[in-house]
Design a binder for this molecule. Structure first.
Ligand code: DOR
Ligand code: ZN
Length: 443
């Protein structure tokens, strides 16, 4: 008699690295023990996944949970943000450092590590923010437990993190080894253009102020520095056709992310319909850029898809431009909206999994996750590709309580989230207690 499994997921359509197969997966001690488990095998728990797709646990590599370690933010906290993640079919998130105070040193990281292991519903990684003052420490910080990457705000966004000059960025690049993640908007161009705009101008002014050249210029500067230093770069939330074309010639040093918002929303519609709830950095732009983002998804230029989940209170989003805060919620709606894109034929389910599992694993060096294969963490997102559902704000658990996708009807829905063998979400219900762990990274 073979040893029984803790869990068998039976008869699902499994998206394996080498293709899609209807098979059963056996789990033991939180890891995938076997694929192709026979019908006579025994398990403590069995999930019948007939009619469902079994995906490797999907990762959102770009969230702002806001929480420095004390759940004090009115718009989002680590407990609520990670709860939102598992409700949305996400097994791991990588959290940005522009908290209050920002995560820029070993003491702040220790607080976050300890806190995450007590309150997080999903697994979690942390970006450490670069400042002009902590450059000598970054090489050591980037190898700490649970750190996915150093994040450089080369242009200013929410919070005070900013390293905008080439000399400092080059020093960062020469200081460590792992891939560095960048918010790429040129700060001097942002500042130079600010006075052309006024309080109360239309929300669409956001994309005129933070224009295409603002993003493209910064990405050109970063690519020149990355080539010169040989340091790998990851350009977060690429928003222009120009950058996507340009980055194809820098695959030796660069990977890139696009956001669901940039694939789904388009100007001027988003500003007319959503007002301040359509404002984010880098901005949502015109149709040409959305088309270019889809082309770059299809031709492999894009490595990762993120939500850039960045909650702000309603009062802050409803202020006139440019006082309205920048950033949209998204971790809970990422998978439903992506599955709807799959159903609409914009990408294959296999490419979606590549973008949300293999992509983050490749870019950040995730160990033991993101792959349905023996020995990997038993992380699964079970999806019903046929389920139709309207995204309602009442479903959103982030305290800010809003989503730019409110009222949108989608086809395809995550019905279960399983993390290291434990079912954490089943049919809208969050189960058990928070058992999130820090994600392990190579290097
Ligand atoms: O729109 C954005 N909001 N872009 C960012 O880069 C930061 C984020 C936030 O933290 O609010
Ligand atoms: Zn972000």
């Amino acid at each position: 008699m073979p040893a029984p499994y803790d869990l068998i997921i039976r008869n699902g359509t499994c998206v394996l690295p080498w293709g899609t197969e209807q098979t059963s997966v056996g789990v033991r001690d939180g890891r995938i023990a076997a694929l192709g488990v026979g019908s006579d095998a025994e398990a403590t728990e069995t999930i019948d996944a007939t009619g469902l797709h079994v995906l490797p646990g999907l990762i959102d590599p770009h969230v702002h949970l806001r929480d420095p370690g004390n759940a004090s933010n009115p718009a989002e906290t680590m407990p609520t943000g990670t709860r939102a993640a598992v409700l949305g079919g996400i097994v791991a998130v990588f959290d940005m450092p522009n908290t209050k105070p920002p995560l820029v040193d070993a003491a702040g990281l220790a607080v976050k590590q300890d806190y995450a292991e007590r309150v997080a519903w999903c697994d979690i990684g942390f970006y450490v923010g670069a400042t002009k003052g902590n450059i000598p420490d970054l090489a050591s910080l980037e190898t700490e437990r649970g750190v996915c990457a150093i994040k450089v705000f080369a242009g200013s966004s929410t919070g005070d993190l900013l390293v905008d000059d080439d000399d400092s960025i080059e020093r960062i690049m020469r200081g460590g080894h792992r891939r560095v993640a960048y918010h790429s908007e040129d700060e001097s161009r942002l500042q130079a253009r600010k006075s052309r705009f006024h309080c109360g101008d239309p929300y669409a002014s956001h994309m005129e102020w933070r224009d295409e050249e603002t993003a493209f210029l910064c990405t050109r500067r970063l690519m020149a520095l990355a080539r010169r230093t040989g340091r790998a770069a990851h350009i977060l939330h690429v928003s222009t056709a120009q950058e996507l074309a340009y980055l194809k010639d820098f695959r030796d040093v660069a990977t890139c992310e696009v956001l669901l918002n940039h694939l789904t929303q388009v100007a001027p519609d988003c500003y007319e319909r959503l007002g301040g709830y359509g404002v984010m950095n880098p901005p949502i732009r015109g149709e040409r850029h959305r088309e270019a983002a889809w082309a770059a998804v299809r031709d492999g230029t894009v490595d990762c898809i993120g939500s850039d989940h960045a909650p702000h209170p309603r009062e802050a989003k409803e202020k006139p431009w440019p006082e309205c805060h920048s950033g949209l919620t998204g971790v809970q709606t990422l998978v439903p909206v992506m599955l709807d894109h799959v159903n609409a034929g914009r990408l294959s389910l296999g490419r979606m999994v590549d973008l949300m599992c293999a992509g983050p694993a490749r870019v950040y060096g995730v160990l033991g996750k993101g792959r349905l294969a023996a020995g990997y963490d038993a992380d699964f997102t079970l999806v019903d590709l046929r389920r139709r559902r309207r995204i309602e704000e009442s479903w959103i658990v982030s305290p800010c309580g809003w989503t730019p996708f409110a009222g949108r009807e989608v086809t395809g829905w995550p019905v279960a989230t399983i993390i290291r063998g434990r079912t954490v979400m089943r049919e809208d219900e969050v189960l058990g207690v928070p058992r999130g762990r820090l994600v392990a990274f190579a290097g």
